[in-house]
Design a protein around this ligand. Structure first.
Ligand code: HEM
Length: 429
């Protein structure tokens, strides 16, 4: 069941409890689903919790020693060094790449109107194109196919944990690990070619063009140290990967929800229509898109792409009177938390007004599509900017309807994917 769809594992009671325990493959598991316990693990005693070995096995071939997997002092150095590159002042640079990529995707979609199309693939390609352009100022057409096929291959063969990945002690290679190691060689060679090509592109100005400029010149504010080539390559890889799959699937659910509620979609489109979303003005127009932004926030509540955060206790601990043994795996599932019966009014209903300006914000640690605490998603503001602008641009151009009926269920495979191909019909507005 875990391999088929993680979301099926939880019964109705899980949506009502704050603390769940169970055992999986003979090991004690703890699931935190209430704000106080979550705050303890992600903030109060965050130093005592690290990424778990199974996560490490699965994502290390791609993320290497980059920010996502680093721990302790190496993590602190990387976070301090990267954070300024992702600060609000760099968002206007990223927003320009978002608009250029979105324009190209819209032009393709314009050729596919009035007939059923699967939007998910288009949105994933768009998100990857945005990740590539914002990293390298490069249209991904030259490298995109290879990148996609490498990742697809990895996703199918190695991205889901196998039994031995969960059972064997850390440091002991599983059969899948050998395939993962071979993949890493291929992946690093690909990244080296990509970076070498990027370095041949002359800069016309002395301002940063993209994340690559920002990361390659980034310095630790405390020590002045920067990244060497291998580290920079792992950061680039982490940023591209952590960013595009999550944003692509968020855009899918955002379009799905817009199609389910046509009147609301008309409001989103009207708001987008009144805003200037062109290359030079889109970023400044964000404050004029509160309904589109609220739609994205509610999409991330109902379909959080990162459906589960996982940690492992380094030392024994006590969480709200519960003894936690050293090595216990702790999970926090935004999927459950965002639908918790005690913390949300009408938890399963779509209601974007919860997030409109002036609405009471959700209680702390009950809404966390980007995690929380020191390891909160470093790309959150970029992702929100991207998703809001792309949604608004698409709805400004097209009316989106579902083709055919039947509920679409989320399936938790790496991210929260639709459980079947979903067709939409786009009509020009
Ligand atoms: C809707 C889109 C996104 C979602 C839902 C999302 C979600 C998350 C979550 C939940 C975490 C915390 C994981 C944990 O605590 O275990 C995280 C971490 C991270 N995210 Fe995102 N993310 C998104 C977009 C992005 C983008 C666009 C980037 C980069 C450009 C990015 C880069 C990262 C990195 C590097 C980390 C690790 C941070 C650290 O450990 O210090 N993410 N993301």
């Amino acid at each position: 069941m875990l391999r088929r769809n993680m979301l099926e594992v939880w019964g109705e009671a899980a949506y009502e409890k704050d603390f769940l325990t169970g055992s999986f493959l003979g090991r004690k598991q703890v699931m935190l689903n209430g704000p106080d316990a979550i705050r303890h693990v992600l903030v109060g005693n965050a130093e005592n919790y690290r990424r778990n070995p199974a996560t490490r096995r699965i994502v290390q071939p791609i993320f290497g020693n980059g920010l996502f997997l680093a721990e302790g002092e190496p993590w602190r150095f990387q976070r301090r060094t990267i954070a300024p590159a992702m600060a609000p002042r760099t968002l206007p640079i990223m927003a320009r790449h978002v608009i250029t990529a979105s324009e190209a995707a819209e032009a393709k979609l314009a050729l596919l109107t009035y007939r059923p199309i699967e939007l998910l693939g288009h949105l994933q390609r768009l998100a990857l194109d945005i990740a590539g352009r914002s990293m390298f100022s490069l249209e991904m057409s030259g490298f995109g196919e290879e990148l996609r096929s490498l990742l697809m291959n990895y996703g199918i063969r190695y991205a889901q944990p196998r039994l031995l990945d969960l059972l064997l002690p850390e440091g002991m290679a599983t059969p899948a690990d050998r395939g993962r190691a071979a993949f890493r060689e291929e992946w690093l060679a690909f990244l080296d070619r990509l970076i070498a090509y990027r370095l041949t592109l002359p800069s016309e100005e002395d301002r940063p063009r993209d994340l690559f400029d920002l990361l390659s010149t980034a310095r630790d504010p405390e020590t002045g140290a920067g990244f060497d080539h291998a580290q920079l390559r792992d950061e680039v890889s982490t940023m591209i990967l952590a960013g595009h799959e999550t944003t692509g699937v968020s855009l899918f659910w955002a379009c799905y929800l817009a199609a389910l509620y046509p009147d609301h979609q008309a409001d989103l489109a009207a708001e987008a229509d009144a805003a200037d979303l062109s290359l030079n003005h889109a970023y400044a127009s964000l404050p004029a898109l509160p309904t589109n932004r609220a739609h994205i926030d509610e999409t991330l509540r109902l379909y959080p792409p990162a459906f589960m955060l996982i940690r492992q206790a380094i030392e024994a601990d006590i969480i709200q009177d519960h003894a936690i043994e050293k090595g216990t795996v702790i999970t926090i599932a935004p999927w459950l938390l965002h639908r918790h019966r005690a913390y949300w009014r009408d938890p399963d209903a779509f209601d974007h007004t919860r997030f409109l300006p002036g609405a009471t914000p959700p209680a702390r640690f009950t809404y966390m599509p980007f995690g929380a605490g020191p390891r909160i998603c470093v790309g959150a503001q970029f992702a929100l900017t991207e998703a809001t602008l792309v949604l608004a641009r698409i709805l400004k151009k097209f009316k989106i309807e579902l083709s055919g009926n039947g509920a679409v269920l989320p399936r938790a495979i790496v991210t929260t994917q639709p459980d079947r191909p979903v067709r939409f019909v786009l009509t020009p507005r």
